[in-house]
Write a protein that binds this ligand. Structure first.
Ligand SMILES: *[C@@H]1O[C@H](CO)[C@@H](O)[C@H](O)[C@H]1NC(C)=O
Ligand SMILES: *[C@@H]1O[C@H](CO)[C@@H](O)[C@H](O)[C@H]1NC(C)=O
Length: 194
């Protein structure tokens, strides 16, 4: 099988130390616990458990990762992008309203109501979301085309950056009153920003 690129010893690939294959062990390729639901008692009402290269060293250089996403009733995985990965999602329980928006200038929304067993793809880099429109919890799993897909949650990145983006920039960009920008920065920013 050639060359594994795990955490330990000598060579760096993708920022991870590589391991000589003769020292690799089965546990380097194992993650346990994806049967355990994430806690959804947060303002989003959702929880993403991501198994990326940090949790499963054997993924290094292999270009995939896996996520479990739990949704409370009416829980939302809010609009976000993965800069390095396309995502393919399968609904295991519940009903999810999902969508992604294409890039400029069209900004076209592609959206579907997904039921148990439905599979949907979110192309790399595009803003997407999943919303549990059911009265029961929902569950999905997602494969991602990178061992380190990254995530940018739009609201947090824009209104909760550290330090904050100047109010006039956001006012103009989003065509909002300054007090609305300040309100959003209080919601998404950290107290240390004030
Ligand atoms: C997601 O669930 C895990 C496991 O219950 C918990 O430790 C973590 O704080 C939760 N994350 C959020 C954002 O609620
Ligand atoms: C919602 O979830 C995103 C992605 O996990 C997280 O970055 C954000 O902090 C959460 N927002 C709130 C208000 O909890």
């Amino acid at each position: 099988m050639g060359f594994f690129c795990l955490f330990i010893f000598v060579v760096f690939v993708n920022g991870k130390l590589c391991k000589d294959p003769k020292y690799a062990v089965a546990n380097d390729f194992l993650f346990q616990g994806l049967n355990i639901p994430g806690n959804t008692e947060n303002p989003n009402g959702s929880n993403v458990t991501l198994v990326n290269v940090d949790k499963l060293p054997g993924l290094n250089t292999l270009g995939i990762s896996l996520a479990r996403i739990d949704y409370a009733p009416y829980g939302l995985n809010p609009p976000h992008t993965h800069p390095r990965a396309t995502e393919i999602l399968v609904v295991m329980e519940g009903t999810l309203l999902v969508g992604f928006v294409t890039s400029n200038p069209d900004n076209k929304l592609f959206s579907k109501l997904l039921y148990k067993g439905d599979v949907f793809v979110f192309p790399v880099g595009l803003i997407h979301f999943q919303f549990n429109v059911g009265r029961a919890p929902a569950l999905a799993f997602a494969g991602l085309g990178s061992q380190n897909p990254g995530a940018i949650t739009i609201a947090n990145a824009v209104f909760g950056s550290k330090p904050l983006i100047p109010v006039d920039v956001l006012q103009k960009a989003f065509q909002l009153d300054a007090d609305v920008v300040a309100y959003l920065q209080r919601r998404f920013g950290e107290p240390s920003n004030y």
